[in-house]
Design a protein. Structure first.
Length: 195
């Protein structure tokens, strides 16, 4: 018989009140509480806490607390991912983020879903993974909803609600978020040559 954790990670209905899952949430929330209480000069402590929080990438993530997540172990970060103040990642399913991706303040990445049937919703939930490519910039206050993929080198406008996949190399914004235009070669090159 499959555990509630296995069902959760597979995106199937599961019991969020399973004692093992509750214990894991308590563990990471304690780590986040400690992280959020650190001062900027406590870099070594922040690094140690990030290594304990994230499933992958805690050794190079750049974090501006406060930060909040459900499990942490389901978050896989590439090299030098940056989270600005007050970001939230609800990682009941895998959240994969590529190298050098930047999140503005108050960005939320959400993987949980709840059944429409009220009786079922009282007992179970499920989720869908989120994938974000490399060199993505997500503007402040954006919401990234369950099951979404965002392609590399894309910019998501501040306050956007990303409800569906966004391709690579575009500027997308709005509620719901939609592609506004491609990011031109001249835009990519102007920053590559900046001092």
């Amino acid at each position: 018989m499959r555990s509630e954790r296995e069902k959760m990670l597979a995106g199937e209905l599961y019991d969020a009140l399973d004692p093992e899952l509750v214990a894991d949430r308590y563990r990471v929330r304690d780590l986040c509480l400690r992280l959020n209480a650190t001062r900027d000069e406590e870099e070594a402590l922040r690094r140690d806490l990030c290594k304990q929080i994230f499933g992958k990438g805690g050794d190079t993530v750049w974090m501006q607390p406060p930060f909040f997540c459900d499990y942490g172990s389901n978050i896989e970060l590439g090299e030098r991912v940056y989270f600005n103040f007050n970001c939230v990642v609800l990682d009941v399913c895998r959240v994969r983020i590529g190298d050098f991706t930047l999140f503005g303040p108050a960005v939320q990445i959400l993987t949980p879903l709840h059944p429409f049937d009220a009786a079922l919703r009282r007992k179970q939930e499920n989720g869908k993974p989120v994938d974000i490519g490399s060199d993505v910039w997500v503007g402040g206050g954006a919401l990234i909803l369950p099951g979404v993929s965002i392609g590399s080198r894309t910019v998501i406008g501040a306050g956007s609600v990303v409800t569906r996949d966004v391709p690579e190399g575009v500027f997308a914004a709005g509620n719901p978020c939609r592609v506004i235009r491609e990011i031109g070669e001249d835009e990519r090159q102007s920053y590559a040559s900046a001092p």
